[in-house]
Design a protein around this ligand. Structure first.
Ligand code: BGC
Length: 385
């Protein structure tokens, strides 16, 4: 521990020299070959007076990830394009006020149950539970005050090839209506291979539904650089879960072949987006059934932005991924660079168990039993070509 602390102190000095480069607005080249490091700083104070910290993870290639203790939330991610020019590729805000206010979960850790639970109701252990209906008739992303709006504890932890910070939160019994007290952690690791890795663990005192994800909105051309319709997407899934008008799965599992849902080969996100069936405002907001089936860390999606050449590969142990194309962004939120986020200005690839799994016994089970440890890993790997 002493070695680790000493390391961080050195690290903090090293980053001072770099700070002007790493945190300045816009895009700048950062020279590769510096030591990987973590820096902790004050980020802001919530309305109820809680101090929020930001952890800046920097790898040897100059890739930077900023994560705050509010929502264990990724506020900034700077990765190089094919010329080595860095850009922040995630949507978000410049201060705590934005994240504390109403927003569509930019960068946040989502739980206890990511995605929807139909009518906010489920049965477990012979008991019926009723949760908040915070999305039309349904429950979404953990309820009125999900994990995205909680303050997490943070601890710098060792990482084999990079730097890591572990965020922990204890969710009380009956919090947001869910059974059991849950201790949940997400470790963010930034590797020297330009991977941002999320390792989730959770335990609970009672059987509870669980589904954890990160809700980052990406634009690989840079946050605020316009829409993401030209990004070329591949998803390693030949099936998806069709939904009703309130975005609850019908229970069917359908083939994507020959439909606008098919991303088994690279195709621009916008190529067929206008024909995607579903409620207004239209666009992709669907769970893909990953061919690898979950349980092992496997390649699940690849996105390439042609002008910058930035590539993001998604690997996960989860059985599904939600493709969400920022359909509800409507130009009312101002982002970090001062640009209004309009429809399709970001996309999400939310690795997950299928939506409303708790009410669909045929879907892969998403229940955490007491005495067991839930584990899940997702990696966003960046490169360029
Ligand atoms: C959901 C969308 C929702 C968005 C932001 C996504 O995970 O599938 O329907 O609008 O999150 O809340």
């Amino acid at each position: 521990m002493r070695t680790l602390r000493a390391g961080i102190a050195v690290v903090a000095c090293a980053i001072v020299a770099l700070a002007g480069v790493a945190t300045s607005a816009g895009t700048q080249a950062i020279p590769p070959g510096k030591a990987a490091r973590v820096e902790k700083a004050k980020y802001g104070v919530t309305k109820d007076g809680t101090a929020i910290d930001v952890y800046t993870l920097t790898n040897t290639g100059g890739v930077v990830a900023n994560v705050i203790t509010f929502g264990a939330l990724l506020t900034e991610l700077r990765v190089p394009d094919r010329a080595g020019v860095m850009a922040d590729v995630v949507l978000g805000f410049n201060s705590i006020d934005g994240y504390e206010g109403a927003h569509p979960y930019f960068g946040a850790t989502i739980g206890r149950v990511a995605n929807r639970i139909a009518k906010g109701k489920f049965r477990l252990g012979g008991q019926e539970y009723t949760l908040a209906t915070n999305n039309g008739p349904n429950h979404l992303h953990g309820g009125n005050k999900g994990f995205d709006k909680r303050v997490w504890k943070a601890q710098v932890v060792p990482a084999a090839d990079g730097v890591a910070v572990k965020f922990t939160y204890v969710s009380g019994d009956s919090e947001e209506g869910y059974p059991g007290a849950m201790t949940v952690s997400v470790t963010y690791t930034l590797t020297n291979r330009n991977e941002l890795r999320f390792d989730y663990t959770a335990t609970s005192t009672k059987a509870t539904p669980i589904n954890l994800t990160n809700h980052s909105y990406f634009n690989l051309a840079g946050e605020g650089a316009g829409d993401i319709l030209g990004h070329e997407l591949t998803i390693m899934a030949d099936r998806f879960t069709p939904v009703d008008d309130t975005l609850i799965p019908t229970g069917d599992i359908s083939s994507v072949r020959g439909t606008v849902m098919d991303f088994t080969r690279p195709i621009p996100i916008g190529a067929r987006i206008a024909q995607v069936p579903g409620p207004a405002p239209g666009g992709y907001d669907h769970n893909y059934v990953l061919t690898h089936g979950g349980g092992v860390l496997a390649m699940s999606a690849i996105v390439r932005e042609p002008t910058s050449g930035r590539v993001m590969e998604v690997l996960t142990t989860e059985p599904g991924v939600q493709l969400y194309t920022g359909n509800f962004l409507d130009g009312t939120i101002t982002g970090k660079a001062g640009v209004l986020y309009k429809k399709n200005f970001g996309f999400c690839l939310e690795t997950q168990h299928f939506p409303d799994s708790i009410n669909h016994p045929a879907f892969p089970p998403a229940i955490l039993e007491p005495g067991r440890t839930f584990k899940s890993t997702t990696v966003y790997r960046f490169s360029s070509k």
